[in-house]
Design a binder for this molecule. Structure first.
Ligand code: 2HG
Ligand code: ZN
Length: 472
């Protein structure tokens, strides 16, 4: 796809739309924001990938975004939408340079509708800020990515982000009723209605969610909400055999328990995170992995009954002393350790695979990952949402050669993804494909599927300007 360069005339026209204060160029970054802030719009967290945008725009609303898209569509200028930039697959990297369109100024919670248990929000609102706002009126928005304290709802929609609560409550896509979207050609549409049910034409809402900013820019979302669960119990279960931790996951569900969190952490993952946080953590020498199991609901007595059922299931396994965290401080610390594994791994140079399989196949996946990593000689740090079969496999750079790191890992990563598909899974559960996993999508999707996706992309974005070069 050939794109046109931004001319001074186009920059002037863009300035007329958003105002000079919200146009950042490399030359002017110092004037309106530090050079680093400008540069950060082109940097990725997963690896040290950096693509310089020609200009960063910070529009105020859908109307300004519509005018920007009309202009860029007409002049074939590439546009990369960006939320908070916390993504893990390079989905917001401006690989064709051009415009980075930041949604940071679309940051209002427009309405919390307590009668209908719905909320209308802009994409630049931080996930946790929204969770806290609805909690104040006794309502619950469950999707809770590890980055919830910094990620934007718009990015969560782009990837249908998950997080620990997805095992009981589902992912972002399960809470979207309606979307206001600016199409690549500049039209503004609503995809559906503010109803729980909708059988009116194709589901454009679900098509937009997970499209990683390639089909349109989401400028408003109507979420459904739930009543806030008043109580929760948290158990940390130490396993002397890693495989048994993975096997116990589906046994808990078979016993009829649906936990609100079922997280797997191999030993090294917990140790790295505790060290990153400066928490003194002693894991008994014979412990190889942990399950962090959360139960939530409105009736605390019922939760303790369910906890007893979990204990009964675990009797069949080689587990150490189970920690039942019953103070808020203990629960917070355990979740801090779990939620910072990703950050602790980032301290090393790593490649991250967001593998996902049917939950009962997790033992086979874990075994396969360890066999492949041993055979190719690299270290992994494995952890993740065991309850939904979503294992984060982090390959650590360590002292791998440049050749192995840059080229040689392609084969073992391919084998890991092929194993996922063989086990009935796929190559991304929640982080998306973006740029980093693009080369592997053919492992999970047939050419026919990819051609259908290309056809849809062409209908929405005939000039191919929106987030070019991502997914496929
Ligand atoms: C998690 O479950 C995130 O912790 C990954 O999905 C976080 O790699 C990260 O930064
Ligand atoms: Zn995750």
């Amino acid at each position: 796809m050939n794109f046109n360069a931004l001319t001074p005339e186009i920059i002037v026209a863009l300035e007329a739309i958003v105002g000079p204060a919200h146009v950042l160029t490399a030359q002017r970054a110092e004037a309106t924001a530090t050079a680093d802030a400008y540069a950060d719009y082109g940097r990725d967290h997963t690896e040290d990938l950096y693509f310089a945008p020609d200009v960063v725009l910070r529009p105020a609303d859908a109307e300004e975004i519509s005018q920007i898209m009309r202009l860029c569509h007409a002049h074939r200028i590439p546009v990369t939408p960006r939320g908070a930039g916390t993504g893990l697959s390079g989905g917001a990297l401006p690989i064709e340079h051009g415009v980075v369109l930041s949604t940071e100024r679309l940051n209002k919670i427009i309405q919390i509708d307590e009668r209908n248990l719905q909320a209308t929000v802009e994409p630049g609102v931080v996930n946790e800020a929204f969770q806290n706002a609805v909690k104040e009126v006794g309502l619950f928005y469950p999707p809770d990515p590890a980055s919830k304290g910094s990620c934007f709802l718009g990015g969560n929609l782009a990837h249908s982000s998950g997080g620990p609560k997805a095992v009981k409550y589902g992912t972002t896509r399960d809470y979207v009723l309606n979307l206001q979207v600016v199409l690549p050609t500049g039209e503004i549409i609503w995809t559906a209605a503010n109803t729980l049910k909708n059988s009116t034409g194709y589901n454009l809402t679900q098509l937009m969610v997970g499209s990683e900013g390639t089909l349109g820019i989401i400028t408003k979302v109507v979420f459904r909400l739930l009543p806030y669960p008043q109580h929760n119990i948290l158990m940390l279960v130490p396993f002397r055999q890693e495989a048994q931790a993975a096997e116990a996951v589906s046994a808990v569900f078979r016993a009829g328990i649906i936990p609100s969190g079922m997280e797997f952490m191999e030993r090294i993952a917990m140790e790295w995170s505790a060290r990153y946080l400066g928490i003194a953590l002693t894991v008994p020498d014979d412990v190889r992995a942990h399950l962090l199991i959360e139960l939530d609901g409105q009736d605390l007595d019922q939760l303790y009954k369910e906890a007893e059922q979990v204990y009964a299931v675990l009797e069949g396994y080689d587990v150490g002393e189970i920690l039942l965290a019953d103070t808020a401080a203990q629960k917070d610390e355990l979740w801090r350790i779990r939620r910072n594994i990703g950050n602790s791994v980032k301290a090393a140079v790593y490649k991250e695979e967001d593998t996902v399989v049917p939950r009962a196949e997790l033992p086979a996946l874990l075994k396969g990952v360890k066999e492949i990593s041993t055979r190719y000689g690299f270290q992994t740090v494995c952890y993740g949402h065991a309850g939904d079969g979503n294992l984060h496999v982090n390959i650590i750079r360590g002292n791998l050669s440049d050749e192995m790191w840059n080229v040689g890992l392609r084969q073992p990563i391919t084998e890991i993804f092929e194993l996922c598909v063989k086990l009935g899974g796929t190559i991304s559960g929640e982080h998306g494909i973006g740029l980093v996993q693009k080369g592997y999508i053919g492992i999970a999707l047939a050419e026919t599927n990819l051609n259908l996706m290309r056809g849809i992309k062409n209908v929405f974005d005939p000039n191919g300007i929106l987030n070019p070069g991502k997914i496929f």
